[in-house]
Design a protein around this ligand. Sequence first.
Ligand SMILES: Cc1cc2nc3c(=O)[nH]c(=O)nc-3n(C[C@H](O)[C@H](O)[C@H](O)COP(=O)(O)OP(=O)(O)OC[C@H]3O[C@@H](n4cnc5c(N)ncnc54)[C@H](O)[C@@H]3O)c2cc1C
Length: 393
Amino acid sequence: MGVLRTQVGIIGAGPSGLLLSHLLHLHGIESVLLEARSREHVERRVRAGLIEQRTVDLLRDVGLAGRLDSEGLTHEGFELRFGGRRHRIDCTALTGQTATLYGQQEIVKDMIAARVAAGGALHFGVTDVTVADLDGDRPVLRGTLDGTPTTIACDFIAGCDGYHGVARRSIPSGRLTAYGHHYPLGWLGVLVEAPPATRELIYSVHERGFALHSMRSPRISRLYLQVDRDENLANWPDERIWKELRDRLATDDAQPLNEGPILERGITAMRGFIVEPMRYGRLFLVGDAAHIVPPSAAKGLNLAVADARLLADAFAAWYGRGDGDPLAAYSPAALQANWRGLEFSHRMTHLLHRFPDATPFTSRLQRSRLDQLVRSTTAATAFAEEYLGIARR
Ligand SMILES: Cc1cc2nc3c(=O)[nH]c(=O)nc-3n(C[C@H](O)[C@H](O)[C@H](O)COP(=O)(O)OP(=O)(O)OC[C@H]3O[C@@H](n4cnc5c(N)ncnc54)[C@H](O)[C@@H]3O)c2cc1C
């Protein structure tokens, strides 16, 4: 049986847990991080890719943007296709800010490399993770590390272990209020070995459903199709995927898609979820452990990073000057930002998708919203500020 002692115990080596351990290290605060999966697994997990400028700025400020600066793709706008026509929203002209395309798995690799180089206590492949004594002064984190059952006495625990993690489920019932919504929609995502057809993202609204053309590098494209929530991947052979992508992204003057081998594919059911508060005693919930947004606005990673930063600053105030106010303010401040991210993601989901209960009336309303976005600079500016995360400040 092993016994360890640390200041902050962290569960989960996703972007939120890794960033938190890195920021704490910069503040001179010790942490021990326990991750259920292997390092190889978390470094290969393909998920988010669209990074807000504030996230890029933070990663730059804390020395994590070396590769992101050389390999990330800077985007000044995106294309919106509907009614067979292409429209460009120039976010940089409207707001002065940009977005960056850089895969979440690359951010995770960069964060792990930095923590390993700094001699950080990261443990992968940890089983049986549990938490206890959350409402006392000495919460305890337990897990089996390299076959050895280990107890870690902590000052605080950060649950950065995603939606399916153990942290949120360890909070006694009745202490959290959960708000959830299941959309009758899914996204079929493919990672393709082919150069992107365009430099910028394309969001396309089509009568058979939404399609998104994105990218991860000059050689790798990432494409999505709206499918039914319960759709079976087996119903989607390569030829059907490519035909739907071609049809849904088509306009008279559009560049043809570059097709190539599909390296990875999966279907994600869309939902929104958030719990209040994001704290119980000395356990703090961070990122997807506390909230899930539908992927339409690519906010999940950015919200998780913002939570980690807020919590790291609050711990710094606690350890640096004995000030507990920022820790007390963590949950209300994080919830305010996360509800904004969720509300915009919900709105963008309705703007772009064909819902199963759509009627000619609701379809015309949707078209009117799209028309307004491409005709009104005021509407486009407000949208771009939300899209780039500026309006969440
Ligand atoms: C398929 C998919 C596609 C997505 N696409 C996008 C996108 O395009 N844009 C976007 O912005 N967002 C996207 N997201 C959301 C984004 O990836 C998440 O918001 C982001 O990963 C949240 O980071 P996190 O660190 O909070 O949680 P996670 O990345 O989920 O990390 C949690 C970590 O905790 C570990 N863990 C879980 N349980 C335990 C346990 N019991 N013990 C120890 N460790 C545990 C997990 O293995 C994982 O490594 C996507 C998510 C998914 C699932």
